[in-house]
Design a protein around this ligand. Structure first.
Ligand code: SF4
Length: 181
């Protein structure tokens, strides 16, 4: 596929670690070659790391989701610090900023308690079967932008799913530009 001129590329949000930025709790990244080497030709990335942006620092203790699947709490694995309220307050504010940027799509990091779109592990308590849901930032993003094409990076490794996502993003951008938004 031919590289698009900068002005013709769709603006797409992405979990920062997928671009190779060292923002993970362990000081590492999760660079995804599909995003950096293939989709970068088509998309202008808007990189977001919710955990860094709320001041958790890098490296930092890992967090996990605990409690009921609809409203889990985000808890520090070592200190037990409860990050839930800070993360939700930040996410609502940050999502509104992203809405104003007219994003045409979003690529989220799978399994993350902040960014995961689905199947994120949730600890329901002793004896309960492991639950699964969305990360707290992803949940706010998808609630505020129900029509935004959103995928996890693992989906993009399948060429058909990748082409489908690129098409959805292009279609949204076309509709937006035609409507003058
Ligand atoms: S998954 Fe999200 S919160 Fe975790 S390092 Fe990547 S961008 Fe940051």
């Amino acid at each position: 596929m031919t590289r698009q001129p900068e002005t013709h590329r769709s603006r797409v949000g992405i979990s920062s670690c997928l671009l190779g930025n060292s923002v993970r709790y362990d000081g590492g990244h999760k660079r995804d070659a599909c995003c950096t080497d293939v989709l970068s030709d088509h998309f202008e990335w808007v990189s977001v790391c919710p955990e860094v942006e709320i001041g958790m620092g890098t490296p930092r203790e890992a967090v996990r989701l605990v409690g009921g699947p609809a409203q889990p709490r985000m808890i520090g694995s070592e200190t037990g610090h409860d990050w839930t309220d800070e993360m939700i307050q930040y996410a609502r504010m940050r999502v509104q900023e992203l809405v104003r940027l007219d994003l045409d799509g979003y690529v989220l990091k799978s399994k993350s308690p902040s960014c995961g779109m689905q199947r994120v592990a949730i600890d329901w308590g002793e004896g309960a079967p492991p639950g699964a849901g969305a990360g707290l930032f992803a949940r706010e993003l998808m609630a505020a932008c129900p029509d935004l094409p959103v995928v996890e990076e693992t989906f993009l490794r399948d060429p058909k799913r990748r082409e489908s996502f690129v098409a959805q993003v292009a279609s949204r951008r076309l509709r937006r530009t035609q409507s003058g938004a």
